[in-house]
Design a protein around this ligand. Structure first.
Ligand code: GLU
Length: 412
């Protein structure tokens, strides 16, 4: 199943519960705008490289559209469509005054030097600067991009439109970025795990956890959970799974990846298993924090965890979701679980617009409050309506977007 079909499948499951008429579904599923552009840039050796860049704007009923930029070889129009729609539902679940969008470039950033990455980013901005802006569509980091890319994006956009740091979020802290943005997605995942285990009556120290992916999201989630006394027994990346039944030394792993260009390769404080073994480990909580579409019907039977928190976007495809639901596995869906990132992006945008800076404590406090409210609402909805947490989250999100569209007279 293609990524966009999977997102539409989850949308329809909730729309069925809400008995949404066909014409409303069509309006809410169709993207406002899809743009594919040529991104041409100079390699360090003087050759010209040509790749494709995308920006999909899904819906703006609840506010300016918001969503990250992904640099990854698997990026294509279909994936960006799926991720743009997820942003609309994500911002609605946590009640941020935004719609949803997403963009990216189909390239492996590891094959680029820093200067090439900068030239590519600036060329991308040259192509899309007219359709993004602080009141229309605000990009942010995603897989393969970081605060440096955001800084280049902003500087190039400002060449056309003048000073306005609110055009993009996830910027370096020294360049109008928000304190706490980098840790935000992982911290949010950790916050959700704590709340969820409380609801399920599982003590943190009894909750053996495995995290797939140790990038920005996985590593910060691991750090938060380690501090909250969860035994994080396994983490993985492309180089392998690192397993320690009594609990890994997360601070040590953290410094290892910082020294080792982001890779877990060479870490000797744990047993090393093949990367794909992580999903089948005997743990209580599984956190996929890497790519989408990693849990499918071909491996769903291997999963032994009773609880899954989707830190990545779209890690479980609908067929696997059905299999796991039938086995009573509790799944906290991406649109709630990883919403910490866009929430602190919102705080950054607010600070930029007010020319005011919040302390890290304030960012963390407001993040915690926003996510706690959303978690409680989704949990309550699932209990009341007797549906999964995913369907409950989609139902709340769809109702909010539908209401905003209706109040604005539908044809925004
Ligand atoms: N790319 C992140 C996401 O998928 C963050 C988006 C943002 O901060 O706007 O939620």
């Amino acid at each position: 199943m293609r990524a966009s079909e999977a997102t539409t499948y989850y949308f329809n499951k909730a729309a069925d519960q809400l008995q949404l008429p066909e014409w409303v579904r069509k309006l809410l599923v169709t993207n406002k705008r899809e743009v594919t552009v040529q991104v041409a840039f100079e390699r360090d050796d003087g050759r010209i490289e040509t790749v494709l860049g995308y920006r999909v704007q899904h819906d703006n009923a609840r506010g300016p559209m918001k969503g990250g930029l992904r640099y990854h070889p698997a990026v294509d129009l279909d994936e960006v469509r799926a991720l743009a729609a997820l942003m609309t539902w994500k911002t609605a679940v946590v009640e941020l005054p935004y719609g949803g969008a997403k963009g990216g470039i189909g390239i492996d950033p590891k094959t680029l030097t820093k200067r090439e990455m900068e030239r590519m980013t600036r060329s991308f901005v040259d192509q899309i600067h007219e359709i993004v802006g602080p009141d229309s569509d605000i990009p942010a980091p995603d897989m393969g991009t970081n605060h440096e890319v955001m800084a280049w994006f902003r500087s190039q956009w400002e060449k056309y439109h003048g000073f306005n740091p609110a055009v993009i979020t996830g910027k370096p802290v020294e360049e109008y970025g928000a304190r706490g943005r980098e840790e935000a997605t992982g911290r949010g995942v950790g916050t959700m795990a704590v709340k969820m285990m409380k609801r399920l009556n599982i003590r943190p120290d009894q909750c053996r956890t495995a995290i797939q992916g140790f990038g920005n999201v996985g590593s910060h989630a691991g750090k938060y959970l380690h501090e909250a006394a969860f035994p994080v027994v396994a983490v993985s990346d492309l180089s392998g799974t690192y397993f320690k039944p009594k609990g890994l030394n997360i601070p040590e792993l953290f410094s290892h990846v910082i020294k080792n260009k982001g890779s877990l390769e060479g870490y000797s404080g744990a047993e090393k298993l093949p990367a794909e073994d992580l999903l089948g480990l005997d743990v209580d909580l599984l956190i996929p924090a890497a790519l989408g579409d990693v849990i499918t019907k071909s491996n769903a039977d291997r999963i032994r965890a009773k609880t899954i928190i989707e830190a990545a976007n779209g890690p479980i495809d609908p067929e696997a979701d059905e299999i796991l639901e039938a086995r009573n596995v509790t799944i906290l869906p991406d649109i709630l679980a990883n919403a910490g990132g866009v929430t602190v992006s919102y705080f950054e945008w607010v600070q930029n617009r007010q020319h005011y800076r919040w302390s890290l404590d304030r960012v963390r406090q407001e993040l915690d409050r926003t996510l706690t409210d959303a978690f409680e609402q989704v949990w309550q909805e699932a209990v009341t309506r007797k549906v999964s947490l995913r369907t409950a989250a989609f139902m709340l999100a769809i109702t909010r977007v539908q209401r905003a569209s209706e109040l604005a007279g539908w044809l925004i």
